[in-house]
Design a protein. Structure first.
Length: 202
């Protein structure tokens, strides 16, 4: 069975230390996001990214988005954002808005940086604290078998994946609801790719 750690401010250091250890070893960590639990892996580790596709039964042609804790982390991942991207970031980051960017050349797994790369700065402060302790972004597909209901609790993650996930960070129930809104603002005008938590009118 996976290791389950309760997210508690009194034990943050040991929790973050174990999270880094699992990710460095190529493991998968389930953690809370703005709406559901997500599956985190180091996007520079091809084996870890492949494992997420495998355990979710995810279409290998379907990209994974990345989470960052700070806008400053963008410069290592994406080309200069468009004016529309900047306006959207200023209005809705941190929060459940995923934006598409033109990726910089990197060693990130090809399934993440296809033609464009999806990136979000989450609103959940626990998620951002986890991200701030890492020297890389995290993948963040919802913790579910593809096509199934996303997990909103650590128990649901455990019931779904059992030993296929190395670590679950239990921060209580997520609020559920809609996934993050996905927008392509590399084009003009910006285009809605996936409707979600933030209402966006074309």
């Amino acid at each position: 069975m996976p290791q389950i750690l309760k997210v508690d401010p009194s034990s943050w250091d040991s929790t973050l230390s174990e999270t880094r250890k699992v990710l460095k070893a190529g493991g998968v960590v389930a953690f809370p996001t703005d709406t559901f639990y997500g599956l985190g892996a180091n996007p520079y580790n091809r084996i870890a990214v492949d494992k997420i596709y495998e355990i979710k039964g995810r279409d290998p042609e379907k990209p994974l988005l990345l989470l960052i804790d700070s806008v400053t982390k963008l410069e290592n991942l994406a080309e200069e954002p468009s004016a529309a991207c900047i306006k959207l970031m200023q209005a809705f980051w941190p929060g459940p808005l995923t934006l598409l960017f033109k990726p910089k050349p990197s060693s990130i797994h090809k399934n993440i940086t296809a033609d464009l790369i999806g990136i979000r700065q989450p609103g959940n402060p626990t998620t951002r604290k986890i991200l701030s302790a890492l020297d890389h972004p995290l993948t963040a597909p919802s913790a579910n078998i593809s096509g199934g209901a996303p997990a909103i609790s650590a128990q649901q993650v455990q019931d779904t994946f059992k030993e296929k996930v190395e670590l679950i960070l239990d921060a209580g129930d997520c609020k559920g609801g809609k996934p993050s809104t996905l927008i392509n603002a590399t084009d003009t005008p910006a285009r809605l790719i996936r409707a979600g938590e933030i209402d966006f009118k074309n």
